[in-house]
Design a protein around this ligand. Structure first.
Ligand code: NAD
Length: 367
């Protein structure tokens, strides 16, 4: 088979090392020669942020962090940055914290050093998200891509096991969705497969021993790969559904991804044989779904959207919004009926094996 594709690799420095965040941040601040640093961290991660910023001068601390970045929160943070003539941001936290830094960068161009403390992967994408009037808008802009990412698995030791699992499965969802995203290509697929492999190894180690640096390192490494592949491939059906569920119904991001993933996999994989083979190999399982389900059992993963406050009344809204944005290249035909079936199964935590078998493959026009 001949290869014919266009791939863009986003440029970032990645400094990885357990216990080295403060040293790495100080080295990056010195290298960049910036003078006025704003550290962004949720109150809950403030202690971690103080450790991370221990060796630098901080002009401003900003702690108003809200999931899915409501526009008012972004506007207040943008004002703080401009009132203080900030020329560098250091974000210490999960995707919500990185997301706030990105919202500031979007309108100001102020560079970001991202120090992630979850496995959300936002630090390695040029995707921003803002929520206004209960609707989450996302977009891509290279201005929001952090200049440097500093991974220190010691900062994730405090992440509770349940959140580690949900967040790690959010990373895994990036890998899976990048195999059929609108700009899926063989380079993304290679990164995604290695991401699945790393997360499949690392997450069970964390569940067995939450203080396992090896497990935490593998999860961060997998999270990075997942985000790089996702950033290049673009949002597929999984991310389109989850961003509506998060933005319109305010469901928790990582848990929503974790709960929906098996249903999207069951929906698409029978119609995406190359992706299926790659994922099954990365999981070391007979099929991708068997591999994912084995991992989910080991992790006691989030199961049903109903557990997070979603109800059947919300399904028509998700279907309507999703049909308008699901990429045309999805491997199988997406209809109001089959999306309703997928979401109903995810709502109730039904066996995903029943999804997808009877859905026709995409017509030639969709492939
Ligand atoms: P989060 O950042 O909201 O963190 C979840 C919870 O974990 C919070 O309560 C936080 O205080 C806590 N926490 C974080 N790190 C901790 C630690 N080390 N120890 C103890 N507690 C800790 O959640 P998230 O899942 O990381 O990120 C979700 C947000 O990120 C969503 O808004 C999502 O849209 C966005 N996101 C964006 C991208 C992108 O590419 N733009 C990618 C992934 C996620």
């Amino acid at each position: 088979m001949s290869l014919d594709f266009t791939h863009v690799t986003l440029g970032q420095r990645v400094l990885f090392g357990a216990g080295k965040a403060a040293e790495h941040v100080a080295a990056e601040v010195a290298r960049l020669g910036t003078k006025k640093v704003m550290v962004i961290a949720d109150e809950r991660e403030l202690e971690l942020a103080h450790e991370v910023a221990n060796l630098i001068d901080v002009a401003t601390w900003h702690t108003e962090v809200v999931m899915h970045v409501p526009i008012e929160v972004a506007q207040r943070a943008r004002r703080v940055a401009s009132d203080n003539a900030i020329d560098l941001m250091v974000s210490v936290g999960g995707g919500s914290t990185t997301g706030l830094a990105k919202a500031i960068a979007l309108t100001s161009g102020i560079p970001i050093i991202a120090v992630p403390t979850t496995y959300a992967g936002s630090e390695a994408t040029n995707v921003w998200g803002l929520t206004e009037n209960e609707r989450k808008t996302t977009g891509t802009d290279d201005k929001v891509l952090p200049l440097t990412v500093i991974y220190d698995s010691e900062l994730t030791l405090s992440l509770p096991v349940a959140m580690s699992v949900a967040s790690g499965l959010n990373g895994l969802a990036h890998c899976v969705d990048s195999l059929w995203g609108p700009k899926a290509d063989p380079i993304n697929a290679a990164l995604a497969a290695e991401g699945i492999h790393a997360l499949n190894q690392g997450l069970p180690m964390i569940v067995e021993d939450p203080s396992s640096i090896e497990g935490r390192d593998l999860a961060l490494y997998g999270a990075y790969l997942s985000a790089v592949s996702f950033s290049s491939a673009g949002s597929g059906i999984h991310h389109k559904l989850c961003h509506i569920l998060g933005g319109t119904f305010n469901l928790p991001h990582a848990q929503t991804h974790a709960a929906v993933l098996p249903y999207v996999l069951a929906f698409n994989a029978p119609h995406a044989p190359e992706a299926e083979t790659r994922m099954a190999a990365a999981f070391g399982a007979d099929t991708a779904l068997a591999g994912l389900q084995r991992l989910r059992t080991l992790l006691d993963a989030p199961r049903a959207l109903a557990d997070y406050g979603f109800t059947a009344e919300g399904i028509p809204t998700v279907v309507e919004q999703a049909l308008a944005i699901i990429p045309d290249n999805n491997p199988c035909e997406v209809t109001a009926d089959n999306l309703t079936e997928l979401l109903t199964a995810a709502l109730n935590g039904e066996d995903p094996a029943s999804i997808g078998q009877h859905i026709p493959a995409a017509t030639a026009a969709h492939v």
